[in-house]
Design a protein around this ligand. Structure first.
Ligand code: GDP
Ligand code: GDP
Length: 463
């Protein structure tokens, strides 16, 4: 009798357990990481989930993911009892516990209780502050420092923010991979390939701008013959439309621009890009190209869109379109730069590319600039270099007196990238006046070459 080929059971995969009190977004995160709408997400805490375990691929590495939310209902009937029982066996076998809190709710007694218990289990923990979307998100997330589980990683499972960084952090914490046993040489070859060499996901790009700036024309130029509109997919909102293109560095995914929507919904020919559509596109993008009609100069509405991009923490590339129709190019360029410099100080050094989407002239310059902006946005500065610079800055200008007493600033660390976010620790650091904060942010930008990206500075008072 022929022997059946052995099916890989996945039993030896590293185990990643998502834990936390009910309703912090564990299932939502689970769904995101698994990449399919598998678990049921509901507003009511403790709703029965039909799915609590799945395989997921994180940066090319297969892991077994366990959502402890799915285990709650079988447990003893107090909140702590349920949390504990649901997690006990899962955490015991975990290679990594992803401990979630709700950044919007802040740290609750249940979080503290649960965190203390998790710490006692002695498993590696990654602290995640979920629901940290938008501008306030990262700051709210930092409250979770108090749990003593390390630096919190701010994410929004629902809006898809911070997920790529989270996957990187998870992958970094996985045990070294055992070399696969070459039982079935063919399978072995296939698997081996994927492990380390899989590129990180495509760069996500949005093109935004006022109506008639030339977004659709630019889109068509970028796509050329290589057009491939794809439907809704995990990681993006339900009705989003995406397009993939490629440059030498790999795939670029264009997300949810009004132009795309217009192509996808032919009947909706008059759709204009509303503010909410712009925000939605921004949330899904990493880099945002803000397209201007250069013959019209910079309008207040363009600045408003740029501020939205800053608020959402995305990096921005300014595209001066219709360059073919500009008469005095030098004067136009200068006028636009001046306006940006004075009106968008918070994104100083924003990259500017001029081209004609209509004729195609210089459009090829756009994507390299987008790639470079993406690198800046992703940049991590080593703590040592950061603090050497910081001391120099303190010497050059001592921190000001606040109600008669000098603030004692101690050190800085970069809490996260995407956008670069720094925490400044010091006695009464939270009182640091804005002009000194600006001095530091501008200095960071220059010293560490961070043009154009939003930079966040969070102040942490210590005693
Ligand atoms: P669980 O009980 O920890 O598994 O939490 P769920 O995944 O069921 O999420 C609880 C609620 O929080 C649901 O209403 C989600 O839609 C919502 N939620 C999850 N992630 C986020 C997020 O990133 N931001 C916001 N604002 N809400 C979220
Ligand atoms: P959208 O509303 O931002 O998508 O703008 P469209 O792509 O529909 O373009 C609006 C108008 O500007 C159309 O008539 C285009 O032909 C025109 N247009 C777009 N790009 C250029 C350009 O580079 N130069 C010139 N002269 N016209 C352009």
């Amino acid at each position: 009798m022929a022997k059946l080929p052995s099916v890989p059971t996945g039993d030896d995969l590293p185990i990643v357990v998502i834990a936390g009190r009910p309703n912090v977004g564990k299932s939502t995160l689970f769904n995101r990481l698994v990449g399919r709408r598998q678990a049921l997400v509901a507003d009511t805490p403790g709703v029965t989930r039909d799915r609590k375990e799945a395989e997921a691929t994180v940066r090319g590495r297969r892991v077994r993911l366990i959502d402890t939310a799915g285990l709650e209902e079988a447990a003893p009937d107090t909140l702590y009892g349920r949390m504990r029982a649901s997690s006990e066996s899962a955490v015991a076998q975990a290679d990594l516990v992803v401990f979630c809190i709700d950044a919007r709710a802040g740290i609750t007694p249940a979080d503290e209780h649960f965190a203390a218990w998790i710490r006692r289990q002695g498993r590696p923990v990654l602290l995640v502050a979920n629901k940290a979307e938008g501008r306030q998100g990262a700051a709210a997330a930092m409250e979770a420092f108090a749990l003593g589980l390390g630096t919190p990683l701010a994410i929004s499972a629902e809006h898809g923010e911070g997920l790529s960084e989270l996957m990187g952090e998870i992958a970094d914490r996985m045990p070294p991979e055992a070399p696969p046993e070459p039982v079935e040489p063919v399978e072995y070859g296939e698997d081996g390939e994927e492990l380390d060499e899989r590129p990180p996901g495509p760069l996500r790009l949005a093109i935004v701008g006022r109506p008639n700036a030339g977004k659709s024309t630019l889109l068509n130029r970028l796509l050329g013959e290589e057009r491939m509109i794809t439907g809704p997919e995990p990681g993006l909102t339900r009705d989003s439309v995406t397009v993939l293109l490629h440059d030498e560095q790999g795939p670029i995914q264009l997300v949810d621009t009004a132009g795309l929507r217009r192509r996808a919904r032919v009947e909706d020919g008059l759709e204009k890009m509303s503010t909410s559509a712009t925000i939605e596109a921004l949330k899904m993008a990493e880099v945002v190209v803000l397209a201007l009609d250069a013959t019209l100069g910079v309008h207040e509405q363009d600045l408003q869109i740029a501020r939205l991009i800053e608020r959402e923490g995305r990096c921005c590339v300014l595209a001066l379109n219709k360059w073919d129709a500009v008469e005095d190019r030098i004067a136009t360029r200068q006028a636009i730069s001046d306006r940006i410099e004075t009106s968008l100080a918070q994104m100083r050094g924003i990259p500017v590319v001029s081209f004609s989407a209509l004729t195609g002239a210089n459009v090829h310059k756009l994507l390299p600039v987008v790639r470079r902006a993406h690198e800046v946005w992703n940049k991590r500065i080593p703590t040592g270099a950061l603090n050497r610079w910081f001391e120099m800055m303190l010497e050059r200008h001592s921190p000001p007196l606040v109600s008669g007493r000098r603030l004692k600033l101690r050190y800085m660390t970069q809490a996260k990238a995407r956008p670069p976010t720094f925490i400044l620790f010091g006695t009464r650091a939270e009182l640091l006046p804005e002009d000194y904060q600006r001095y530091l942010v501008n200095g960071l930008r220059e010293e560490f070459d961070l043009p154009g990206t939003p930079i966040r500075l969070l102040l942490r008072g210590t005693r």
